[in-house]
Design a protein around this ligand. Structure first.
Ligand code: AP5
Length: 215
C-alpha cells in the first residue's frame, strides 16, 4: 500500500524539521517543493530562473511549475512505498491537480497534517534559522543551536541563512499562507482527512503528536 501524506503550515511552523523524522520512521520519501525550487534557483535552471523572483518576494511560484516538479519527483523509485509532501499543495488548484495525478496511480492522500501555530511565534523562528546547504540540516540560534556557533555539527562547514528569512519577506509569505493555503486545509477538511497539530509546542512534543496521527 502506498502511503501519501502532506504537511501544511505557515513558514517556520516546523514542516522541514519534522519531515525527515517522518521519512525515516515510515520509510517514505520526502518531497519538499521549497527545497526543490531552491536547488533549481541555485543551479540556474530554466525553472529556477522563472521561480526566483516570486520566491525572493515571498510569493508563491505558479501552480504549473510546482505541479510539474512534484509529478516528476513522485515517479522516483524511492517514492514507491509512499511520500511525505512538505509544503505542497499550497493552492486549491495544486490540490486538485494532485488528486488527478494520484487517481491515475490508484492512490489518494491519506492524511494532511495541519501544523497550526500563531503567527506571532514565527518571526523569531524564521529569523533565528540557520541551514547547512549541502545536507539541509536546520538549526536555530535559540531552539536548536549548533555545537559551534555558525558551523554544521556533522561536517564543520559554515551555516547560512535563507534570503527570504527576513521579517519583511515573512509578512508576504504569511499573507500567501492565509490567502492561498488556508483554503487548501479547508478543502481537505471537507474530505475528513485533516489532523490538526499543536506546532507551537517544543520539537519533541510535536514529533510525538505526528507519530500518534500517523500510526
Ligand atoms: P518553503 O521552503 O516551503 O518555505 P515555507 O513554507 O515558508 O516554510 P519554511 O521552510 O520557512 O518553514 P518550515 O515550516 O519548514 O520550518 P522549519 O522546520 O525549518 O518555500 C519557500 C518558497 O518556495 C515559498 O515562499 C514559495 O515562493 C515557494 N514554494 C514552495 N512550495 C511551493 C508551492 N507548493 N507552491 C508555490 N510556491 C512554492 O523550522 C523553522 C525554524 O524553527 C528552524 O530554525 C527550526 O529549528 C525551528 N523549529 C522547528 N520546530 C520548532 C519547535 N517545535 N520549537 C521551536 N523551534 C522550532
Amino acid at each position: 500500500m502506498v502511503n501519501c501524506n502532506s504537511i501544511l503550515g505557515p513558514p517556520g511552523s516546523g514542516k522541514g524539521t519534522q519531515s525527515p523524522i517522518i521519512k525515516d520512521e515510515y520509510c517514505l520519501c520526502h518531497l519538499a517543493t521549497g527545497d526543490m525550487l531552491r536547488a533549481a534557483v541555485a543551479a540556474k535552471t530554466p525553472l529556477g530562473i522563472k521561480a526566483k523572483e516570486a520566491m525572493d518576494k515571498g510569493e508563491l511560484v505558479s501552480d504549473d511549475l510546482v505541479v510539474g516538479i512534484i509529478d516528476e519527483a513522485m515517479k522516483k523509485p524511492s517514492c514507491k512505498k509512499g511520500f511525505i509532501l512538505d509544503g505542497f499543495p499550497r493552492t486549491v488548484g495544486q490540490a486538485q491537480k494532485l488528486d488527478d495525478m494520484l487517481e491515475k496511480q490508484g492512490v489518494k492522500i491519506d492524511k494532511v497534517l495541519d501544523f497550526a501555530i500563531d503567527d506571532a511565534v514565527l518571526e523569531e523562528r524564521i529569523t533565528g534559522r540557520w541551514i547547512h546547504p549541502a545536507s539541509g540540516r536546520t538549526y536555530h540560534t535559540k531552539f536548536a543551536p549548533p555545537k559551534v556557533p555558525g558551523l554544521d555539527d556533522v561536517t564543520g562547514e559554515p551555516l547560512v541563512q535563507r534570503k527570504d528569512d527576513t521579517a519583511a519577506v515573512l509578512k508576504s509569505r504569511l499573507d500567501a499562507f492565509h490567502k492561498q493555503t488556508q483554503p487548501v486545509i479547508d478543502y481537505y477538511s471537507e474530505k475528513g482527512i485533516v489532523a490538526k497539530l499543536h506546532a507551537e509546542k517544543p520539537q519533541k512534543e510535536v514529533t510525538d503528536e505526528v507519530k500518534k496521527v500517523l500510526s
